[in-house]
Write a protein that binds this ligand. Structure first.
Ligand SMILES: Nc1ncnc2c1ncn2[C@@H]1O[C@H](COP(=O)(O)OP(=O)(O)OP(=O)(O)O)[C@@H](O)[C@H]1O
Length: 326
């Protein structure tokens, strides 16, 4: 087995086209995911998490496009693959689950057939064998009475059950990497916990690496070994999950930690306890000069308003993008 990371994203840039102008919706984003590792991307809505994951599987559509950088999967650059080459990877070696399974499932097709299709398409087995594997796949995500449920249509299932079906489809071909974009945001809290447990358990058992995306730092820190914090299209901090809580380096990360219900401890940078970060993420075409977080940052100085901070390696591992990190 190769010692190279499974996924290496280097200086990824995603452009948003507005007329003839192009704005970097994501810029200088670099991270790696090892085989079997769970890596989290966290940040408020609009920070660029979803479009980053769409870029990884060639699903960006106009007005968004990859504007630069490299995406290496299993040692091979995939940012310029044709749609047909990408389709071979998608669902087979890289799979995804989304927030709302209804948009990804075909409402007109029984769920068993939708799972079986994956086996026919990517594994080349017969429909008889695929139908048998579909029952097994449903059982593996703990859908009760799977032999009967294969005949159900998506609308006959609860939100939690639909998400289980999505997971069954995503894991059907034992992918190397699972992209999970807010997979539990639409679900009740108790169902959320069950689905997260299921993802954790199945990915660990099969050695599947996971890119988990959420606005919820608590969830990300719970699920992931390492965490990348995104703000306005940039990765502003990347750390081991525990360190993010104990020792946040970027004021934005401190703000996210302080706004968590149970962990709203004193911010390292601030005098006062932060309940929430004042202000909102700016739209892509209006990113401020200097550090993109400066208008919302209590630690900002003149330097932050004029100069874009570079990436600084942290003494105990990880990276931060801030002029005043500690
Ligand atoms: N199709 C599109 N057209 C124009 N702008 C877009 C499009 N898709 C995303 N954007 C913009 O790109 C930026 C990043 O969006 P993205 O969906 O990746 O954010 P996010 O952090 O995943 O947030 P959310 O959790 O709300 O999806 C946002 O400013 C968003 O408005």
């Amino acid at each position: 087995m190769s010692r190279k990371p499974l996924l290496e994203v280097e200086n990824l840039r995603i452009d948003l086209s507005v007329g003839d102008a192009k704005f970097p919706a994501v810029q200088d984003v670099s991270f790696t995911i090892e085989r079997g590792e769970t890596f989290g991307l966290v940040g408020e809505s609009g920070c660029g998490k979803s479009i980053t994951s769409l870029a990884l599987i060639g699903l960006l559509r106009h007005p968004l496009s990859i504007g630069g950088g490299t995406i290496r999967f299993d040692g091979k650059e995939i940012q310029n693959l044709s749609q047909s080459e990408m389709r071979k990877l998608r669902g087979n070696r890289i799979s995804m689950i989304f927030q709302e399974p209804m948009t990804a499932l075909n409402p007109l097709s029984p769920i068993g057939r939708q799972i079986a299709e994956m086996f026919v398409l990517h594994k080349g087995v017969s429909w008889t064998e695929a139908n048998r594997l579909a029952v097994e796949a449903l059982a593996s995500v703990r859908v009760p009475a799977p032999e009967r449920r294969v005949k159900d249509y998506p609308h006959q299932l609860s939100g939690g059950m639909r998400q289980r079906v999505m997971i069954a489809i995503a894991l059907a071909c034992e992918p190397d990497l699972l992209l999970a974009d807010e997979p539990t945001t639409a679900l009740d809290v108790t169902v959320q916990a069950e689905i997260l447990d299921l993802i954790r358990e199945l990915s660990a058992a099969r050695g599947t690496a996971v890119l988990m995306i959420s606005h919820d730092l608590g969830l990300i820190a719970n699920m992931c070994r390492r965490v990348g914090v995104m703000y306005a299209g940039r990765l502003v901090e990347e750390r081991i999950a525990d360190e993010v809580f104990r020792n946040p380096s970027h004021p934005y990360t401190s703000g996210l930690v302080a706004s968590l219900p149970l962990l709203g401890a004193r911010s390292k940078h601030g005098r006062q306890r932060l309940k929430e970060i004042a202000g909102v993420v700016p739209p892509v075409a209006a990113f401020p000069a200097g550090c993109r977080f400066n208008p919302r940052c209590y630690a900002a100085t003149e330097l932050c308003r004029v100069e874009d901070p570079g990436v600084t390696p942290l003494a105990n591992g990880g990276l931060v993008r801030c002029h005043h990190h500690e």
